[in-house]
Write a protein that binds this ligand. Structure first.
Ligand code: KIV
Length: 270
């Protein structure tokens, strides 16, 4: 099913229309101009400049060292390569610690070419989401395994397995949507919980390790291309290069698999 002409640039309102129409959203990370051109031409709907760039581009072991300056630089160079995909950029660690700091950081990202900013967590971030969205800055929330919380979590672990944690995640998802978020990334949560959240909120959910029932999927580009990153590959990662035969082919294979519902399957879900 398609509600969005293939050649038409994506807009924030079109994302919600896609959910209403049951059209799966394809999101992928990207960090530079050349790959931006390739993933845009391959039909990706949403490009995310993730602070995962700290790990896959800069070689750190977490996203914490990534600066706002880094995010602005990568946003600027990716934006030049996109014609159709909606561009979302991560707010770097603590650049969203207060509404005022987040407004300044998000303004810099939008002025560099982003069309939405992503921020992790609920709690005190609800004020930040409300503050930004009331000022016409579209926000993507990120819940579940939020990598900027790795020190508090004690590692990269599946979230929401126990009943109380699942109920808290469901409540947080509803709260970020009510605060004004336009999109919600769910990372590393059991499939059944992601399905409940997806049914409960009107904004589209984008899963990564969150099962097949989200409104869309996101992967890190380097994982989709099977690059060796020096750490254990998470269960939800699939190397699409083998079946795709080229970078563009791998991205097209991923997009097709998300749209026809064959990715993620049970082997790539929790
Ligand atoms: O930084 C990132 O790439 C992300 C995705 C894993 C969702 O946040």
């Amino acid at each position: 099913m398609s509600t969005h002409a293939d050649s038409k640039p994506w807009t924030v309102p079109a994302l919600r229309q896609a959910k209403q129409a049951g059209r799966k959203l394809v999101m992928l990370t990207c960090y530079d101009y050349g790959f931006a051109r390739t993933v845009d031409a391959a039909g990706v709907d949403i490009v995310l400049i993730g602070d995962s760039l700290g790990m896959v581009v800069q070689g750190h072991d977490s996203t914490l060292p990534v600066s706002l300056e880094d995010m602005v630089y990568h946003t600027r160079i990716v934006a030049r390569g996109l014609e159709r995909a909606l561009l979302v950029s991560d707010l770097s660690f603590q650049s969203d610690a207060t509404p005022e700091r987040a407004l300044d950081a998000a303004t810099q990202l939008l002025q560099a070419g982003a069309e939405m900013v992503k921020l992790e967590g609920a709690g005190h971030k609800l004020d930040v989401i409300k503050f930004l969205s009331e000022r016409d800055i579209p926000v993507c929330s990120h819940l579940g395994l939020t990598p900027q919380s790795v020190l508090s979590f004690g590692g990269y672990k599946v979230q929401g397995r126990e009943d109380a944690a699942a109920e808290k995640l469901l409540a947080d998802a509803t709260a970020v949507a009510n605060a004004g978020a336009s999109l919600l990334v769910l990372e590393c949560v059991p499939s059944a919980l992601a399905a409940r959240i997806t049914a409960a909120v009107e904004i589209p959910t984008i899963g990564i390790g969150a099962g097949p029932d989200c409104d869309g999927q996101v992967l890190v580009l380097h994982d989709l291309l099977g690059l060796e990153m020096g750490h254990r590959r998470p269960k939800f990662v699939k190397d699409f290069l083998a079946e795709g035969g080229s970078v563009g082919g791998a991205v097209r294979a991923y997009a097709q698999a998300v749209r026809d519902g064959s990715f993620p399957d049970a082997a790539h879900s929790y």
